[in-house]
Design a binder for this molecule. Structure first.
Ligand SMILES: [Zn+2]
Ligand SMILES: [Zn+2]
Length: 452
């Protein structure tokens, strides 16, 4: 087992979740490091969401309050290409409204956005302002009138943290989403979590080049900081980066398995991979080559808060602080969910045992999923022509021997012991129904991390 000291020291480096070979071996979960260690508990969080600081609908305080009052313990407001600092400015992702009279803002701080007379992405409307005033009172929204335009001050992260963070109850993590695309408009978005400084988007010819260069730039800029790098929504908008990209970039340890916004993207190709298959393709390769496995995260990536928050992640830690949460993630002690929960996940180096936290009676099923050592690693590339709803793409197609159900348990508790020909195993918990969808679209469901 990895000692707590080595894990902690390890996480202090900027390459925390990147260069780890220490994390490639067996992980022991749920074990207390020593008898006096505080009891670990599950913390629910969302590491990807948007506010009016970029193109999310609500003002930031309204969004943060929504999560705090809906049972979340931690969030990272990850706006596009901006950190919510107190630097005075008038432009950002998708908008630019410098005032005619800048003197009106002498001594002011933060980002100011203009109320738009008509709705539409990514505008700020009177309704967004009214919604916040209704909840928090008129003094919470600061406005300055310049000519016929009304400027509204966006509340910086530090002020939001002062207003909402509560020891042991609600943690706010600073961060942002790097947003842009490759030469052929394949979108490559990544989240930097627990950082307060941004750098401009790095464009490139291919998604792989962008991911590699962005990761490397992050290592440079955030050296010594305890941050995470997450590759976001590979399927949105349409096969943006491929499993092969993350096979070639083993330093990337986190990806979005379940992103609410994918549902709003384009329909997957009938032969193409979906996110859960993507996950297994990468992990089959990594496990076969003794590389650290890829972890799957659930997020809602919400912009419009009228849609439900469909996915999130739940992390088991002793304390609600970024250091402990990241340490638990480095130990694979977390799961992705869109509606179900685990009471316990335990891997002893050989056997993965899971127990559901049953909150509603029903028929539940646990699938133990993995890949055998003799799997077919070859990939076939299909070329998809530009269609009415999709751009032209080359899509990797992988063998059915990757990501197979190794065993099924009808019930809420079960275990699977790795066989000599298994590369890794993970558990997927679903509620049984006639219209249960495949892959990441199964709902409600929960996914453990893979173990080997
Ligand atoms: Zn994105
Ligand atoms: Zn996003």
């Amino acid at each position: 087992m990895l000692s707590p000291v080595s894990r902690r020291d390890f996480l202090k480096t900027s390459t925390a979740l990147a260069a780890s070979t220490a994390l490639a071996g067996p992980h022991l979960l749920a074990a207390q490091d020593n008898a006096s260690a505080p009891q670990k508990q599950w913390f629910k969080g969302n590491l990807h969401l948007h506010t009016q600081w970029s193109d999310g609908h609500p003002l930031a305080e309204w969004a943060v309050d929504w999560y705090k009052s809906h049972g979340y313990h931690f969030i990272c407001p990850s706006d596009h290409n901006i950190f919510q600092s107190d630097q005075l400015r008038f432009d950002g992702f998708g908008f630019s409204n410098p005032p005619a009279d800048r003197a009106a803002f002498d001594g002011q701080t933060s980002l100011w956005k203009v109320i738009s007379p008509s709705p539409g992405w990514p505008r700020l409307t009177q309704a967004h302002v009214d919604q916040t005033i209704e909840k928090f009172g008129p003094d919470t929204v600061r406005m300055i009138r310049v000519g016929d335009q009304t400027y509204v001050r966006m509340t910086p992260f530090d002020e939001l943290e002062t207003q909402f963070a509560e020891d042991g109850k609600f943690l706010m993590i600073p961060g942002y989403e790097q947003t842009g695309g490759a030469a052929n408009d394949q979108q490559v978005h990544v989240n930097f979590l627990n950082v307060r400084e941004i750098f401009p988007y790095i464009s490139g010819e291919t998604p792989r080049e962008i991911l590699a260069r962005t990761f490397a730039r992050g290592e440079q800029l955030y050296e010594g900081q305890n941050y995470l790098f997450m590759a976001n929504h590979p399927l949105w908008r349409y096969y943006d980066f491929s499993p092969q990209d993350l096979i070639d970039l083993p330093q990337i340890r986190l990806f979005e398995l379940n992103n609410n916004s994918i549902a709003g993207g384009l329909d997957p190709h009938p032969q193409g991979w979906m996110p859960e298959k993507f996950w297994d393709v990468v992990n089959a390769h990594r496990a076969a080559h003794d590389q650290p496995l890829l972890w799957g995260v659930g997020t809602d990536d919400r912009h419009c808060y009228q849609t439900p928050a469909k996915a999130w992640c739940v992390v088991r830690a002793a304390r609600l602080c970024t250091e402990d949460l990241w340490e638990a993630i480095a130990d694979s002690d977390f799961y992705a969910s869109n509606g179900l929960d685990f009471q316990d996940i335990h891997f002893d180096g050989k056997t993965l045992a899971v127990k559901m936290d049953v909150r509603e009676q029903g028929a539940y099923r646990i699938e133990f999923i993995g890949t055998k050592k003799d799997y077919d690693p070859t990939r076939r590339v299909i070329e998809v022509a530009k269609g009415a709803r999709n751009p032209a793409r080359k899509i990797d197609v992988y063998a059915d021997t990757i990501g197979v159900v190794l065993d099924t348990v009808e019930g809420t508790e079960g275990s699977y012991t790795l066989k000599s020909d298994d590369l890794y195993v993970r558990a997927k918990l679903v509620k049984v129904s006639d219209d249960l969808k495949p892959d990441w679209q199964a709902e409600p469901a929960a996914w453990t991390q893979p173990y080997c």
